[in-house]
Write a protein that binds this ligand. Structure first.
Ligand code: CDP
Ligand code: MG
Length: 726
């Protein structure tokens, strides 16, 4: 006898209680909005937004800020002067909340209520309530600095301190505090609301010139937290904590009273693994004997992560069928961005996936790190929304003390600022040091960004945006990739680079099944695809998969047969079209064109070199390569690469990104010839970051540029190498 329901990659929701089949009502309760804490304050909030240019709104997660406030402003008629825009740091939140609000407002998604996230625009001319990622609003500001299409802009989840939200805060503060700028091109002044969970609201208010703070009072219930000894300061292997959260979640299911479970893990592959393990183990539960609460008759397992299909995401919010306990296995997204009703138990792994600047290799890397103590409290709090709850921490008090920092460092202080600094420069913010940052990034990060922009020819020696920089800022891609794409376009071979850029912008397209036999078969198929691709490197492999699938009569069957994610490829097709549209628009302006005489494979790889010369490595001994960017890190080719095990035949390579575990791996690799980067490599060492500091601050004088040029000429004469300069 078993009752397990799993919503995984390949499964439909299965609901079978004993022998009878129960239909799962997936509508949810739309009337609930009147019971949310924010409802009592509707009129006051409407008035407060009318009376102030800036307003900070704070309240517990789940009090109704994100879903309700935009509707209140809509009802108060704000849309008459332009759209109501709400930003979210995460794309899943923007999409699912827009879905929910469109249901509450009884309209179809994309009409009055819509969303826009990178590469997915679900809005029409009728859209007046628009949810979007903070990155999208930043792009809109580039085209229209006073946001003339909006009456109100709500920066939501400000406590998350995402890089883009922090920059938007600074930009809007600058615009609104200068009356000239603020009224230019607008009939009615823009209103800005900043929403945040309870942290740091005073700081936000002071930053925004002492604006009022509206606090939504809300009640929370006590949550008891228990530590365990399973994970100590040295246990950071994912296989260890995944196993442990599965064990604890099952214990909760069998020994605790009814109430849903929310499990925090770090990313898609772990979550899918945990769901599979939970499913397998839960199948053998005998509900007559094994379960404490006899009202609990089954377990419904649901994964929740960023790149999940949206129809699956919707189901997370639905109440489970009677007698069934829901267990959501989620990334950090469920900590504040999304509230799942009915959660009474939290299982906290203690880890999160975070983008950090890694000074060892000099690049941003997505890595798994311990969460902060404040994050752990936030996670636990999710169990006490509607009644008392329990939080099971799988880590020890020693882990809490030794490994977990007090607070999470804002993204602006720990990641690359290259794209954001280019945006600021394009907006005419020349002095990127004096810009009003809520928390100032370290100066060396700003200088590093300027150096990279200079290396990709996006800014000149004076820190002014070049023609190429103006083109680059139009693409929602990392600067190196954009540079390579623009190089290809100027040589008339964009058809080679556009699909690659698209493939690198979607989730991983290669399926690697958990079952060892299937894994072997998948690896074999992938290898075959690589061989067919001819010149055989990871970039041409991406191009080949894209083209083959596109040319196929039955693309989804082709994907299945070759262990490729059809959904990811479909997104890549759409991204490629969008990138092509941007390029076509730019090509209508005066676009630089060059000539090239050589074969296609060389052309393709040379274009890549233009953007990726910062990621060059040379084989030193055996299978070990050494990066050439001044860090001289020792790296290995990742086993997923088509070039894995062929290292002996390689000399120079470029790569797309790094993965740091006990070793440093390079991923998406391509062999190149030294000749192709010979002229580019000196650029890596040509600029001294400290000399760039005047570029960061103010206009550079002719004198300074002259001094610089002379110094460099001298360096060249003495044959200055990387080591000499840094
Ligand atoms: O923004 P805040 O955390 O204050 O709350 P909210 O996201 O507006 O959530 C209010 C309520 O809407 C919660 O009870 C959520 O569970 C529910 N909700 C939902 O059912 N479906 C969504 N897609 C989003 C929220
Ligand atoms: Mg919210």
């Amino acid at each position: 006898m078993f009752q397990v329901f799993a919503e995984g990659r390949n499964r439909d929701v299965q609901v079978s209680i004993m022998s009878k089949r129960t239909k799962w009502d997936t509508k949810g309760d739309l009337d609930e909005s009147k019971n949310l804490p924010i409802y009592q304050h509707k009129a006051t909030l409407q008035q407060a937004v009318k009376d102030n240019s800036f307003l900070v709104v704070t309240g517990e997660t789940g009090s109704g800020k994100t879903t309700q406030l935009p509707q209140y402003l809509h009802q108060a008629g704000f849309w008459g002067n332009g759209k109501i825009g709400i930003t979210q740091p995460r794309r899943v939140a923007a999409i699912t909340v827009a879905q929910r609000v469109s249901q509450e407002m009884h309209c179809s998604l994309g009409r009055e209520v819509g969303y826009q996230v990178r590469f997915d625009d679900c809005t029409t001319q009728d859209t007046v309530v628009k949810y979007m990622t903070d990155g999208c609003l930043l792009r809109e500001i580039l085209a229209d600095p006073v946001l003339s299409q909006y009456s109100v802009v709500i920066l939501d989840e400000a406590h998350e301190r995402s890089l883009n939200t922090d920059i938007l805060l600074g930009l809007l503060k600058q615009t609104l505090s200068s009356p000239d700028k603020a009224s230019k091109g607008r009939s009615v002044p823009l209103k800005v609301v900043v929403m945040s969970a309870t942290l740091e609201t005073d700081k936000l208010s002071v930053f925004l010139g002492g604006c009022p703070v509206f606090t939504i009072p809300g009640r929370t219930f006590p949550v008891t937290s228990k530590f365990s000894c399973a994970i100590g300061p040295k246990d950071t292997e994912s296989s260890v904590y995944v196993k442990e959260v599965v064990k604890v979640a099952l214990d909760v299911h069998t020994s605790e009273m009814a109430g849903d479970i929310l499990v925090f893990l770090t990313g898609q592959s772990e979550i899918e693994k945990a769901c599979d393990m939970l499913y397998e183990k839960a199948e053998s539960i005998d509900y007559r004997y094994d379960v404490q609460d006899h009202k609990v008759e089954g377990l419904l397992i649901l994964p929740l992560y960023g790149s999940m299909p949206t129809d699956q995401q919707k189901q997370i919010f639905q109440p489970p069928p009677p007698g069934i306990r829901k267990c959501v296995v989620a990334t950090n997204i469920a900590a504040t961005s999304l509230t799942i009703n009915g959660v009474k138990y939290i299982v906290d792994s203690g880890f999160v996936k975070q983008l950090n600047h890694n000074s060892r290799v000099g690049m941003d890397i997505l890595e798994v790190v311990p969460i902060s103590k404040s994050e752990a409290l936030q996670r636990a709090g999710r169990a006490g929304r509607t009644s008392a709850g329990k939080c099971f921490r799988i880590y020890s008090p020693a882990f809490w003390e030794k490994c977990m920092p007090e607070y999470t460092v804002p993204e602006i202080q720990r990641t690359s600022l290259t794209a954001v600094i280019l945006t600021l420069k394009c907006l005419g913010v020349h002095d990127v040091i004096k810009f009003p940052y809520l928390d100032r990034p370290e100066e060396r990060f700003i200088l590093e960004a300027l150096k990279q922009l200079y290396q990709c020819d996006a800014i000149d020696r004076r820190g002014k945006v070049t023609r190429l920089g103006e083109l680059m800022v139009e693409f929602p891609l990392p600067p190196g990739l954009t540079r390579a794409l623009l190089q290809a376009a100027s040589l008339g071979c964009e058809d080679l680079l556009l699909p690659v850029a698209a493939m690198l912008s979607v989730e991983n397209i290669f399926i690697r099944p958990g079952h060892p036999e299937k894994q072997k078969e998948a690896d074999k198929k992938h290898r075959q695809l690589g061989v067919q691709a001819g010149s055989c490197n990871d970039f041409t492999m991406l191009l080949s998969v894209f083209e083959k699938c596109k040319a196929s009569d039955a693309p989804s069957a082709w994907c299945k047969d070759n262990y490729i994610h059809w959904r990811a490829l479909k997104s890549a097709f759409s991204v490629e079209t969008q990138l092509r549209e941007i390029l076509l628009r730019l090509q209508k302006r005066d676009f630089p064109m060059e000539k090239f005489n050589g074969n296609k494979s060389e052309l393709f790889r040379r274009c890549l070199c233009t953007g990726y010369f910062t990621n060059v490595a040379r084989r030193s001994v055996g299978k070990v390569f050494c990066t050439m960017d001044g860090h001289g890190s020792m790296v290995h080719i990742h086993p997923s690469s088509t070039l894995f095990d062929q290292e002996a035949q390689l000399d120079w390579v470029i790569f797309h990104d790094l993965l740091v575990t006990s070793r440093i791996y390079i991923r998406t690799v391509c062999p190149i010839r030294y000749d192709w980067v010979k002229d580019l490599l000196p650029k890596l060492h040509e600029v001294d970051v400290y000399e760039l500091s005047s570029v960061a601050r103010e206009e550079v004088t002719d004198e300074e540029v002259a001094k610089w040029v002379t110094k460099e000429a001298a360096k060249r004469q003495t044959g200055g190498s990387a080591e000499d300069v840094f």
